[in-house]
Design a protein around this ligand. Structure first.
Ligand SMILES: NC(=O)c1ccc[n+]([C@@H]2O[C@H](COP(=O)([O-])OP(=O)(O)OC[C@H]3O[C@@H](n4cnc5c(N)ncnc54)[C@H](OP(=O)(O)O)[C@@H]3O)[C@@H](O)[C@H]2O)c1
Length: 301
């Protein structure tokens, strides 16, 4: 297969860093980015990555300029990996509006804005792949996860709509619903949390922060294994050979169990309620106009 050039966000640790290492090991080219000082990426530069400073919360104009810089390095980009992200942990009532918006600014709008900056390039060359790091938290909500889950649920809608809008231009999209993997995501220096403010949530908060403490560095998932699978899917090789190309795919036993549990129960519930759910149309069945442009009737998996 031809050598691909990848642009990866959030490479100072975790999935971003693992992506760059695996991309290079497989003979492709990688542009590794991180916010702040690019000296943080020197270990990736040493193994062959081009490096660039990119804060995904910069203005659209700032991101556009960085993406132009990135495109100029090798004369084009084939794959964007939106990996930058963090967890804002806390009870929905306690997470301030400012913290909630900051969470979406990084995890959702950061990824969308970098994608928006790259799409004209992808459309012009009629090819490109966008990788979205979704989450188990984008399949089901969890206690203490309102802001993070909102940021990942939003990605689901963006990725699915954008796929429908851009596939005619040769743009492919993949959203990986990642389970618990051993990165720095749960390090106490990395996740954010607002000070507790409502006494009644004390026990739940204690449970959340106990969980975060215990889960850090004990996650079952190996990021290198997940990254190899994601690269296979982008490159349509290895485990992807002979399989249907997925828009979204859970990664990890925990992500699959969450998905199965939720959708099985959800289908059971809507089947039980079907007569009520379907009782809302006007009695005269004369409405012919479709209420969707494209998508709801198409199955995008
Ligand atoms: N690990 C998991 O279990 C898991 C599960 C589901 C989804 N994910 C998703 O996977 C992605 C990567 O997380 P990870 O697990 O690899 O955790 P990680 O080791 O903490 O890496 C997160 C990376 O994002 C970067 N980042 C944060 N804000 C940024 C910004 N404004 N601009 C640029 N970079 C920024 C961090 O850089 P700094 O060093 O500058 O903070 C860091 O390099 C995230 O989107 C996360 O939600 C992870």
């Amino acid at each position: 297969m031809t050598q691909l050039t990848w642009l990866v966000t959030g490479c100072s640790s975790g999935f971003g860093e693992a992506f760059v290492q695996r991309i290079l090991a497989r003979g492709d080219r990688a542009i590794a980015t991180a916010r702040g000082d690019v000296a943080r990426l020197v270990s990736l530069e040493d193994v062959g990555a081009a490096i660039l400073s990119l804060d995904v919360t910069a203005s659209q104009a700032g991101i556009n300029a960085k993406v132009e810089e990135a495109i100029a390095i090798y004369g084009g980009i084939d794959v964007l990996v939106n990996s930058a992200g963090y967890i804002e942990a806390g009870i929905a009532e306690e997470v301030t509006n400012e913290h909630f918006i900051a969470q979406l600014n990084t995890n959702t709008f950061g990824a969308l804005n970098v994608t928006r900056a790259l799409l004209p390039h992808f459309r012009e060359k009629k090819s490109g792949v966008i990788v979205w790091t979704g989450s188990l938290g984008g399949i089901a909500g969890e206690v203490g996860g309102a802001a993070y889950c909102a940021s990942k649920f939003a990605l689901e809608g963006i990725a699915e709509s954008l796929k429908l809008e851009t596939e005619a231009f040769g743009v492919r999209s993949h959203l990986f619903q990642i389970g618990h993997f051993r990165t720095k995501l749960l390090n106490s220096n990395n996740f954010k949390a607002v000070p507790r403010s409502v006494d009644v949530y004390k026990d739940i908060n204690d449970m959340i922060f106990d969980f975060l403490g215990q889960a850090d560095n004990n996650q079952p998932g190996d990021p290198d294994k997940a990254v190899n699978i994601m690269i296979d899917i982008v490159k349509k090789e290895g485990v992807a050979e002979g399989k249907t190309e997925p828009l979204r795919l859970p990664l990890g036993k925990d992500a699959l169990a969450t998905l199965r549990n939720k959708y099985t129960k959800y289908l059971d519930l809507v089947n039980e309620w079907e007569d009520v759910i379907t009782s809302t149309d006007y009695d005269v069945p004369d409405v012919k106009a479709s209420t969707t442009v494209q998508g709801h009737e198409a199955t995008v998996l």
